[in-house]
Design a binder for this molecule. Structure first.
Ligand SMILES: [Zn+2]
Length: 55
C-alpha cells in the first residue's frame, strides 16, 4: 500500500479547498479507516484504492 504523502506528490491524490483528501481520477473524497493505533487507511469509494497515513 502506498502512502498518502507519495500519492499527493505524484498527483494521484490531491487536497480540495477544505484540505480534504480527494482521489484525482474519480474526483471523490477519500474515506477514513482506523488501522488500530498505527494510523489510518484512506480509501477511495469508487476505485477502491487505499493509501496509508501515519498519525
Ligand atoms: Zn478513485
Amino acid at each position: 500500500m502506498s502512502s498518502v504523502t507519495k500519492a499527493l506528490r505524484s498527483g494521484t491524490v490531491r487536497k480540495d479547498t477544505y484540505e480534504r483528501l480527494v482521489c484525482d481520477d474519480c474526483n471523490r473524497q477519500l474515506t477514513t479507516r482506523d488501522r488500530g493505533g498505527v494510523g489510518w487507511r484512506r480509501v477511495c469509494p469508487d476505485c477502491g484504492r487505499e493509501w496509508k497515513q501515519l498519525r
